[in-house]
Design a protein around this ligand. Structure first.
Ligand code: HEC
Length: 197
């Protein structure tokens, strides 16, 4: 009996320690964080785009957490300053990501602000980056004989649109691109740091 008691106590102590380190302490540390001054809340189109980002598994290949220069040359790669907690104020769930099969996207809106480029790249990454291993997302687009009024025709590099047809972005693609263009955390880190106080 004594051994069972020891085992149970040990298990409970381990669980309590883990809960405190992984749940309670981070909560206490971060619950006072305010949004950074330069950070804009998401528009409804951007929030729908964020859903597409999750649904299509972009997070499995792209991180959203540039690291400090002591850890990785992310700033030299053009991915921006190291992120701080206040940058993620409007993100629930956050999309930090753990894999970097593709570049970090935390500042893609600043790095590549062209909606045409973003749409075309989603339709066919290899039209822009030779040999890219990023999947294409053709189901976010419609191939039509001709565009109707109000359609957003994707301007693809020559040879990538199906012959004699036009490629039109579906609302899902337009929302996703709005989300990507909004990923811009290039405001100074100091604003974000001060937001904690
Ligand atoms: C299998 C891994 C993989 C998946 C899944 C993936 N990507 Fe990529 N992505 C890459 C790679 C590799 C590159 C670099 C080559 C290129 O530009 O195509 C890239 C590049 C990009 C770029 C350009 C980045 C830059 O700095 O120029 C954007 C934007 C992007 N991806 C968005 C997305 C979005 C949005 C999704 C989900 C719909 C997605 N990716 C899904 C691998 C992936």
């Amino acid at each position: 009996m004594e051994n069972e008691l020891k085992l149970l106590t040990g298990a409970m102590v381990t669980l309590a320690l883990a809960t405190s380190t992984l749940v309670i302490m981070p909560y206490l540390q971060l619950s006072g964080v305010k949004p950074a001054a330069g950070l804009k809340p998401y528009s409804s189109a951007q929030l729908r785009g964020r859903e597409q980002y999750i649904k299509n598994g972009c997070v499995y290949c792209h991180s959203q957490q540039p690291r400090d220069k002591s850890q990785a040359p992310d700033a030299q790669r053009g991915w921006g300053r190291a992120s701080v907690a206040a940058d993620y104020y409007y993100d629930s769930p956050h999309l930090l990501g753990t894999m970097r099969t593709g570049p970090d996207l935390f500042n893609i809106g600043a790095r590549q602000p062209s909606a045409d480029w973003q749409l075309g790249h989603l339709y066919q990454p290899r039209a822009y980056t030779a040999g890219s291993i990023m999947p294409s997302y053709p189901y976010l687009f419609e191939v039509k004989d001709q565009a109707d009024s109000g359609d957003k025709v994707v301007n693809l590099p020559p040879g990538y649109a199906p012959p004699g047809k036009v490629v039109v972005a579906k609302p899902e693609a337009l929302d996703l691109v709005q989300y990507l263009l909004g990923l811009d955390h290039t405001y100074p880190a100091i604003d974000a740091e001060n937001a904690k106080k």
